[in-house]
Design a protein around this ligand. Structure first.
Ligand SMILES: O=C[C@H](O)COP(=O)(O)O
Length: 222
């Protein structure tokens, strides 16, 4: 198995913007160094550059559009987020769904700009389709559990197992993350035991009183 990866998605949470993004990125850097686990953050576009400049953590965009630089008002290109310091990008997050054609275009654009690609999916079938596009990671997240505080690891381990199998059957080179309701080291341990390579989470860290304490717990059983 590859080194586990934890990505903290700051979404558009007020607690995860500006100073809050810095606090979480600093905690990710500290606990990442302490534990040896890679902990990335996916801040708002407006925080991408400052976070990438000041913290030694992989920084992910939350979305990119699959268009080349040009006349695309309101779009965000792979080149732009790469220039802002992004290491990778989420694609097709449950809160930013795309068509299959747009997922492919975003993935191709990201690859062209040397961005690591994480395609989010909602079940085993879409995981298989995403894996066929050869991203670096697919991230299976049952939408009904996102932000619920109920962990996918405990509430729906079957979807993780089926998705790991679907991804490996289609493309053994693709690594698998899971997310939705993840908030403890036990959730992470179960996810890894079910064959994933890490987790994608948000509210458990972003809305915590002490994000560093949650991150320390998340890596404690790896
Ligand atoms: O990107 C993260 C996922 O949507 C999970 O969110 P959550 O950890 O708040 O459930």
């Amino acid at each position: 198995m590859a080194e586990p990866l934890i990505i903290v998605n700051l979404k558009a949470y007020a607690e995860g913007m500006g100073e809050g993004a810095g606090i979480i990125a600093a905690a990710a850097e500290e606990i990442g160094e302490e534990s040896g686990v890679t902990i990335g953050v996916a801040p708002a576009y407006t925080d991408l550059h400052p976070i990438a400049m000041h913290y030694a953590v992989p920084v992910y965009a939350q979305h990119i559009d699959g268009v080349a630089p040009g006349a695309y008002t309101g779009h965000v290109t792979a080149e732009q987020v790469r220039a802002a310091g992004a290491f990778g990008t989420l694609i097709n997050h449950s809160e930013r769904r795309l068509t299959l054609a747009a997922i492919e275009a975003s993935c191709a654009a990201a690859r062209k700009s040397d961005l690591q690609t994480v395609i989010c999916t909602n079940n085993a079938a879409t995981t298989a389709a995403a894996a066929a596009l050869s991203p670096d990671y697919v991230a299976i997240e049952p939408p009904e559990l996102i932000g619920s505080g109920v962990s996918v690891s405990k509430a729906d381990p079957g979807i993780i197992e089926r998705s790991v199998m679907a991804a490996k059957n289609v493309n053994p080179g693709v690594r698998v993350l899971t997310g939705a309701g993840i908030s403890t080291g036990e959730c992470v341990r179960i996810a890894l035991e079910l064959g994933t390579d890490g987790v994608l989470l948000a509210s458990g860290v972003v809305k915590a009183k002490d994000p560093a304490a949650v991150l320390r717990d998340l890596v404690s059983l790896i």
